[in-house]
Design a protein around this ligand. Structure first.
Ligand code: PSU
Ligand code: MN
Length: 333
């Protein structure tokens, strides 16, 4: 890894050179778009975006519209978007419109690619939507520090017997990318999700005033306390920069409350989720199918309202991520 290739003393002596050069290190397996690669070379802010949300998180054609518009949101806030996916076995960082449409149209017939699936999908020349975990890996390899999505995977309810803990949490412990999301869905066991993040040394920061609860995706009034809060994107960028300066290798989780006009009530959405969990268990759904199945079920049960909230919060997270990326790029100058 980096610290082995580059002696620590040298790194400490010239952090600026380190930041400028790191994007060139792992690029041989990546297909980085011209726009993204030129932004990275010039130290401009870039925001990574995942693609499982396109292939497995939303129905066509809403997924395609979302995938296009979220890139505009990032641009409007002054950063360059880099949607990440596997196309014909190649790891792409930065997709064009036709590539986004291929993923959106093929949906579930694309693979859902988490860390364990990366090498397989490359060797079998598959098309795949990358999860938070694998998007983090590819973003880091490309030299991207900030990544926006909707929600992360976490510890599933009942994980004490099923052992269903998302690889996203493990990745956050070891891959240095800041993931901006709307917290964790209450289809997950949010309390245990926060415990695992703490164990792994992942700072979990909610954007907002002190005492803002840890957001639960559709709902902001969750009963879970935020481990940390910071009032602005500049403060978050400063925290990220401090972590980098110390050579910390872990990721960071930034939780952004859902805009109030889209947020739903925690207890209302909880009832829906309980129904969905009961059915999921009765049908014996397991492994990587659980999250996409639950997302679809909640969408059906709320007659599409959850989809509207989901799309709106992704845009909001993308704007916040771009602001953080802009601020961080300035600190790294
Ligand atoms: N949560 C959402 N929407 C999503 C996902 C999670 O609200 O689209 C996707 C993300 O790509 C996340 C993945 O990384 O599901 C987690 O899947 P699993 O629990 O199988 O690790
Ligand atoms: Mn799982």
């Amino acid at each position: 890894m980096l610290s082995l290739q580059r002696p620590l003393a040298k790194w400490l002596l010239s952090p600026k050179t380190f930041f400028k050069n790191r994007q060139y290190r792992y690029n041989s397996n990546l297909s980085i778009s011209k726009e993204v690669s030129s932004a990275l070379k010039n130290g401009l802010p870039v925001v990574a975006l995942e693609s499982t949300i396109i292939t497995h998180g939303m129905p066509y054609r809403k997924n395609f519209e979302m995938a296009l518009h979220v890139e505009n949101v990032v641009r409007e806030a002054g950063a360059v978007p880099a949607t990440i996916a596997i196309l014909n076995g190649k790891c792409h960082v930065g997709l064009d419109e036709a590539e986004l449409e291929t993923l959106a149209q093929n949906g579930h017939s694309c693979s859902k690619v988490s860390r364990r699936d990366l090498a397989y999908s490359m060797s079998q020349k598959l098309n795949g939507g990358t999860t938070v975990a694998s998007t983090m890996i590819l973003a880091e390899r490309a030299g991207i520090d900030v990544f926006a999505t909707g929600g992360i995977g976490g510890v599933h309810r009942g994980a004490e017997s099923s052992m269903d803990v998302s690889a996203d949490l493990i990745e956050l412990g070891k891959t240095r990318v800041a993931v901006v999301c709307a917290g964790a869905k209450s289809i997950l066991d949010i309390g245990r999700t926060l415990e695992v993040l703490e164990t792994q040394g992942v700072p979990v920061i909610t954007l907002g005033k002190k005492n803002t609860p840890f957001p639960a995706f559709y709902a902001n009034n969750s009963p879970y306390k935020s481990p940390m809060t910071l009032p602005s994107e500049n403060d978050i960028a400063d925290l990220l920069f401090k972590g980098m300066s110390l050579g910390l290798r872990n990721g960071t989780l930034i939780a952004v409350p859902t805009p109030s006009h889209l947020a739903q009530d925690y207890n209302e959405i909880e009832k829906v989720i309980q129904l969905a969990i009961n059915e999921c268990e009765a049908l014996g759904i397991s492994g990587k199918d659980v999250t996409p199945w639950m997302l679809q079920k909640v969408l059906d049960l709320t007659k599409g309202k959850s989809l509207e909230t989901n799309i709106g919060l992704v845009y909001n997270n993308a704007r916040v991520a771009a602001n953080i990326a802009v601020s961080l790029a300035n600190l790294k100058q």
